[in-house]
Design a protein around this ligand. Structure first.
Ligand code: GLY
Ligand code: MN
Ligand code: MN
Length: 526
């Protein structure tokens, strides 16, 4: 895959050009002329406006209202190299996806710019006009068409034209060649008629450098430029974009339902794969693969690496190596989520008895976690605090651990801030926001997150667990090697929490019945 001519073969050839040495692209004028000729016309039909377009416009208007008079720069990010000339699958930054409505693999190097305009003159009466800069599809008469392995149609297929994205997103578009000017024009002190600029940093280092340079070049006194002050300006933009996502609109809720529905199907596929997993030296990989197949068929990807953890591996909170065996009599903790084409992701955990039946001690521990989750659901009401979910869920766990004789102190002492001994067996938080990112809204202020109030339109997890490691000498032997987590995806409504992942059973007996049904159907189909 090469872009540059590979006519050099001396030892002085720069190393980063040598990736092109495995082939040589013809460069004669005759070849170029032939490649540029005799192609059928491209499809000229413009796509319909996406349902997301109006929602994205409303989101842009909300962020516009917070930063009147300032240029806002929101990059999608570049392709990331995996090794040599192989890139990772592209995923745009979530703030970019949120404000443009673009999902799937669109669009490396693109940048959304919200340019300040006179009050009320922007899109939908906002303080900004929006333009999406990106590299549009190159014509078949260009070298890019057949010679550019990262963006040429011959290599990766047709990509959008400016007109196509404009029609689909309801958003003015412009060629990426105009990006530098669009970011830097008139930047300078506002007292002298300049425009200040805020950037979502650490997404595209080329854009970071461009903004740093223009700020430096236009500073009244570059020697006293305070980078910390400028970083704080940028951080406020990232914070506002993160907080904008705390409440999901109806289109986003639909996307969450799509992601969760595909995830439920993925869990069913995993149960079907259990007989094979039992026979495989890396049974956990069989499970991971079964879920991944569904994620790619039904959506874009996984929202995060699947945790397929059997036996004692289930006590490792983020066990994603998935190299272990799966044995009858063990529990399997499966924490997995399909990311929809829109990039919204589910995040669901079920703990399943590999052979279809919980034993007594497994059932006892499972029930404690289920009771804890139910207490979390009961605490989650519009108007209560986000942190109340965790308090309610962990108090149930502390009480249960105490009743089993495991707490070295009283329940009161354990749940006090100075104690927390129960957290030895449940060291993670109980809830996080969910959406475009599995840990969504991560830059929101604490007072809007952990100390925030639950509101209609929020989507979050409830996911208590108990993790009894095989090396834990503070517990009886029969508990060792058992890890249980139950994780559901919750939509807060005016009438209370709705469990989006209720399509998967939660009660131990319901799980056994559900698994038996899948095993029987598979047997009948043999
Ligand atoms: N799957 C990661 C989490 O549950 O937060
Ligand atoms: Mn989670
Ligand atoms: Mn999870």
């Amino acid at each position: 895959m090469n872009v540059a001519d590979n006519t050099q073969n001396s030892a002085s050839q720069p190393l980063d050009e040598r990736v092109n040495n495995r082939s040589q692209r013809p460069s004669s004028d005759a070849f170029k002329a032939f490649m540029a000729s005799n192609w059928a016309p491209s499809n000229q039909e413009l796509p319909a406006r996406d349902a997301v377009a109006d929602f994205a416009a409303t989101r842009r208007a909300a962020i516009s209202a917070k930063f009147p008079g300032e240029r806002l720069v929101i990059p999608a990010g570049p392709l990331k190299v995996r090794s040599n000339d192989c890139d990772y699958r592209f995923r745009p930054h979530s703030a970019f996806a949120h404000l443009t409505g673009l999902g799937l693999d669109h669009e490396p190097d693109a940048v959304l710019i919200l340019d300040p305009v006179a009050e009320g003159m922007g899109d939908g009466g906002a303080h900004h006009s929006a333009t999406l800069y990106f590299r549009p599809l190159a014509g078949r008469d260009t070298e890019q068409f057949y010679a550019d392995s990262r963006s040429g149609e011959f290599w990766i297929g047709a990509r959008p034209t400016l007109a196509e994205f404009e029609a689909k997103l309801g958003l003015p578009t412009a060629h990426i060649d105009g990006l530098e000017t669009a970011i830097t024009k008139n930047v300078g002190a506002t007292e002298i008629g300049g425009t200040s600029v805020r950037l979502v940093r650490k997404v595209d280092e080329n854009i970071d450098a461009l903004v740093d340079t223009v700020r430096y070049n236009t500073a009244k006194d570059p020697d006293t430029l305070d980078l910390a002050v400028l970083d704080a300006l940028d951080e406020k933009l990232s914070e506002a974009l993160s907080e904008l996502r705390l409440i999901k609109d109806s289109w986003e809720i639909e996307q969450m339902e799509i992601a969760v529905a595909a995830t439920v199907e993925g869990f069913e596929e995993v149960v079907k794969s259990l007989p094979r997993a039992l026979t495989h030296v890396r049974g956990e990989r069989v499970i991971e693969g079964a879920f991944f197949a569904r994620a790619r068929e039904a959506g874009n990807e996984l929202g995060y690496d699947t945790i397929a953890a059997a036996g004692n591996n289930a006590t490792v909170l983020h066990w994603t190596r998935n190299t272990g065996t799966v044995s009858a009599g063990e529990l399997l903790l499966l924490d997995a989520g399909v990311e929809a084409d829109s990039l919204y992701t589910a995040d669901v955990t079920r703990t399943l008895p590999v052979n279809g039946t919980f034993n007594e001690v497994q059932r006892k521990i499972y029930q404690a976690v289920l009771d804890s989750a139910d207490a979390g659901f009961a605490a989650a009401q519009p108007g209560t605090k986000f942190r109340d979910i965790h308090t309610a869920a962990t108090t149930v766990l502390a009480e249960r651990l105490d009743s089993w004789g495991l707490l070295p102190v009283s329940v009161e002492e354990a749940i006090s801030p100075e104690g927390q001994q129960h957290r030895r067996w449940m060291p993670h938080g109980t809830s996080h926001h969910l959406g475009l990112d599995v840990h969504d809204c991560a830059q929101a202020k604490r007072e809007l997150y952990l100390d925030g109030i639950l509101e209609e339109g929020m989507v979050f997890t409830i996911e208590p667990g108990l993790y009894f490691k095989s090396e834990d000498l503070a517990i009886p032997e029969e508990y060792r090697g058992i890890g249980v987590r139950i994780e559901d995806d919750i939509l807060m409504t005016a009438n209370g929490p709705v469990n989006l992942s209720a399509g998967l059973p939660r009660e131990a007996t319901e799980i056994e019945d559900w698994m038996a049904g899948i095993f029987q159907a598979a047997d009948a189909g043999k």
